[in-house]
Design a protein around this ligand. Structure first.
Ligand code: BGC
Length: 247
């Protein structure tokens, strides 16, 4: 089935048509970015524009960077506070006439990676998928089942929230070298390893494509691998989730 997958991020809303059986993109990735913190109206408009640009008419899956329950946004650490309490599924429906399924962005990306990222990660008892961008998102899988809305990016590491200490945005803003950033990120992994003991860490988001730049600085005992789908995972997982939940 062809489904429009949307990945809402701190700095841009991206979308593409996805073949939910193969995980392939069937269109270009369309991106609406902004330097300003985005309010609901602006993002709903971006989603409508993405659908129009792709001449798409059908169900929509969207990953959102916050806790999501039944289509309603519960937290929005890196977006406008007007998001809290907004029913994103209903808003998309009102704007486009299409049914929408919403889930946390890291949960969406983790689902995409678990399905299409290869057998090695699927065979693990406990897998912790992390997406590193404006924030740090987490998706914890136990025997293939997702524990939703885990929010490990807000766990304290050296008295700071993990994502305030070691997100990709922090690397850019503080102009950290790969070594400096990875040394911080390694502390984040150590904290997660100590408390959760996963069998594997899978790293998604923009930095997944640059794994060779910092892999040597990650000294946790747990195996660490970059996401095979790189930063396409969020869009693919969102489309999959819509197909599974709305049909
Ligand atoms: C949000 C998470 C999200 C992560 C990555 C965090 O600030 O609280 O829900 O998954 O950023 O976007």
């Amino acid at each position: 089935m062809i489904v429009l997958g949307i990945d809402i991020g701190g700095s841009a809303t991206k979308g593409a048509l996805v073949n939910t059986e193969t995980g392939e993109f069937l269109s270009d990735k369309i991106r609406f970015g902004s330097k300003k913190i985005q309010k609901p109206k602006q993002i709903i408009k971006a989603i409508k524009n993405i659908a129009a640009e792709l001449q798409y008419d059908g169900i929509i899956g969207a990953g959102f960077p916050g806790i999501v329950k039944n289509g309603v946004i519960k937290t929005a650490a890196n977006l406008h506070k007007d998001w809290v309490g907004a029913n994103l599924a209903e808003m998309i429906h009102a704007e486009t006439g299409q049914k929408a399924f919403i889930l946390n962005d890291a949960d969406a990306a983790g689902m995409g990676e678990m399905r299409f990222g290869g057998d090695a990660i699927r065979s693990m008892d406990t897998a912790l998928f992390l997406t590193i961008g404006t924030g740090i998102g987490s998706a914890l899988f136990v025997k293939g089942h997702l524990l939703q809305n885990t929010e490990l990016g807000h766990m304290l590491v050296n008295e700071l929230e993990a994502e305030v200490y070691a997100s990709a945005a922090v690397k850019r803003i503080e102009q950290l070298t790969w070594k400096q950033w990875a040394t911080r990120f390694n502390e984040v992994l150590k904290t997660y390893e100590f408390l959760l003991n996963p069998d594997i860490f899978i790293l998604g988001g923009g930095v997944s494509a640059r794994f060779e730049k910092y892999a040597r600085y990650l000294t946790v005992e747990t195996e660490v691998v970059p996401a095979k789908l790189e930063n396409r995972a969020g869009i693919i997982g969102a489309a999959m989730a819509a197909q599974e939940n709305l049909n």
